[in-house]
Design a protein around this ligand. Structure first.
Ligand SMILES: [Ca+2]
Length: 227
């Protein structure tokens, strides 16, 4: 396990526009206030194949991060979340770079990063990353990153960006928006591999090009802890 604390800057390069998704990008499309956290294996923000928490459901359906952040606060009090950060306002468009600052804590086993932000408007679609391991072989990872993809929280059955609310009863687990029945996966010309991630896996969604948020990426870089 890694020792001490390590500060990270999480850079979300969100790129979802009429250029990346000409057939489906909705007028005024943008992202809700993103949230990122560093946590131990005792907390899971979200993962494919798992049911959405109330906090993730709210983010995915409405963009409101308040309940997610309450959940993070509760797990922070229990020392399962070391640090979290979030913006206070939605982005102005779907093409934006957001930087969040979080700190990992080796002694608490808080070496996993997760985050989420909603595609607005949409029924329950979001993007983010989950359980990204920032400690490998006893050393803090210096730089890492991956492509961002679209996910469905499994709580609303709408099939279009502007669908009316249609609660999924009972809810399904979180799944990748990779099949052509949904508009948000975009161009639909390239298929490679789908993500085999399940349960406690980690990542940003594997290698597929369908469902990618334009060339959206997340990057993690270390920086010094301020004194
Ligand atoms: Ca859905």
């Amino acid at each position: 396990m890694c020792s001490g604390k390590q500060a990270y800057q999480v850079t979300l390069k969100l790129n979802w526009s009429g250029a990346t998704h000409p057939r489906s990008y909705p007028e005024g499309g943008h992202f809700s206030p993103p949230t990122a956290a560093i946590h131990s294996s005792r907390y899971q923000m979200w993962a494919p194949g798992s049911f959405a928490s109330q906090g993730i459901q709210n983010v995915a359906e409405t963009g409101d991060p308040a309940v997610l952040r309450e959940e993070l606060g509760a797990y922070e009090a229990a020392r399962h979340v070391a640090s979290w950060d979030g913006t206070g306002a939605p982005t102005e468009s779907g093409v934006v770079t957001v930087k969040l600052n979080v700190t990992a804590d080796g002694a608490a086993g808080a070496v996993y990063a997760s985050g989420a932000t909603m595609l607005f408007p949409s029924p329950d679609w979001f993007t983010g990353f989950y359980n990204v391991r920032l400690c490998r072989y006893g050393r803090w990872v210096g730089r890492t990153g991956g492509k961002l993809r679209f996910w469905d929280s499994g709580t609303d059955s709408g099939r279009e960006h502007l669908s009316e609310d249609e609660a999924t009863e009972p809810p399904t687990t979180i799944f990748s928006l990779q099949n052509g029945r949904f508009p948000a996966f975009g161009r639909g010309w390239a298929t490679t591999r789908s993500a085999p991630c399940r349960g406690r896996g980690s990542g940003w969604g594997g290698l597929g090009r369908r469902g990618v948020v334009g060339d959206g990426r997340v990057a993690f870089g270390t920086h010094s802890l301020s004194a």
